[in-house]
Unconditional design. Sequence first.
Length: 445
Amino acid sequence: MSLFSTMNTAASGLGVSSSSLAVIGDNVANMNTTGFKSTRSEFADYLPQDVFGLAGPSQVGKGAGVNNLQTMFGQGALNTSQNPLDMAISGDGFFVVSDGVSDFYTRSGEFYLDDNGFVVTAQGGRLQGYNVDNNGTLGATVGDLQLDLDPVQPAATTAITLTATLDADTPVTGGVGLLTLNGGAAADTLEDAANAADFATSVTTYDSLGVAHEVTMLWEYAGANSWNWYAVVDGGELDSAALAGASVPGNAYQIASGTADFDGAGQLTAFTEVQTSTVDPWAFNGATAGDITFDFGLDAAGVATDGRVRMLAGTSSVSGVSQDGYPPGDLVGLSTEIDGTITGRYSNGQEYTMGQVVLARFPANAELERTGNTLFRATIGSGDPAIGVAGTGGRGRIAGNSLEQSNVDLEREFVNMITSQRSYQANARMIDTANSTLQELVQLV
């Protein structure tokens, strides 16, 4: 074993210490990089040299080298974000992004919308997921995730659901039955109709264009636990081409009527409904004709429905009224569910599924190849990606409005840095010692 071999052995120690410091420097530099995964240096000794001494054969080490640089895929902390498209993965898995040619995988969930509605990274890579079809149903093919940013179309009201209590102590007056409710010039006004009723309540509805209209429900006690009901609208809002003379603003036009019977406990036992359109078709101005059905707790066949109208002692009152139409609406917000579903919220109160993010899972994460920009590429060692919905097949869950921070442990990196620095100093001293010894050897000549 010569002094030159000693210097080479110490030089290998300088090399591994330098590599260790380089890895530590990379980790520390990326401690604030979203989704960054730290790297660990792994070293191994070189094949030792066989030597023969008086006691027999033995081995002398030849130094050390870098065996592997392993990426550590431990979970990073999740921090909240103000960007609704920021996402973080809690558990195993990677977001899939494409540059149009190849797929890449990342834990960084910093995403944005481009001018075409695609969900992209800062470098322009497109997030992969399931898009929705024209019916709002999620597809089954993974592709570039594109959100429809157009306003949502209106929906005409087709049903009104009422929950109310009618006063069981109401006298029989028959006032509404004496009114003219055809919306024409001779018709009674909406105000007169409401005053003539024993009980009246209104709800805002929408036609096929999304225009709002008030529908007023009039209740009139007919005696023997039986009530007559009428639904009226403003005649001035109707299409006069379909209804000659039925276009006087403020005058009541009856669109439906019927009866409701109650038992001794005040529960609805029978219900009838007659649509005016069966004998006199009508439509709101410019809109498509369409009836509105009324849900008070039973249908005409006696089957229970969602509404609930009952008759009890006390002042008549409404505790709930709803309808299924809505006006046009603009997109005002986005949210991401734990399964990656992106939901759009609109100014008209509606919510719709706009797409779903997928996650990729690998048999061996540590074998993925780093490509920069916190992206990874699949390799033979990592195995093929298994792509699916978050929260299934061992994949983690997705947290919306959140970002996963780097998993770099700064305290541990500082300890490793001190150790690597001392190792470098010790190996440098070993070279200096071997050099001094060689000088002594030269001076002997």
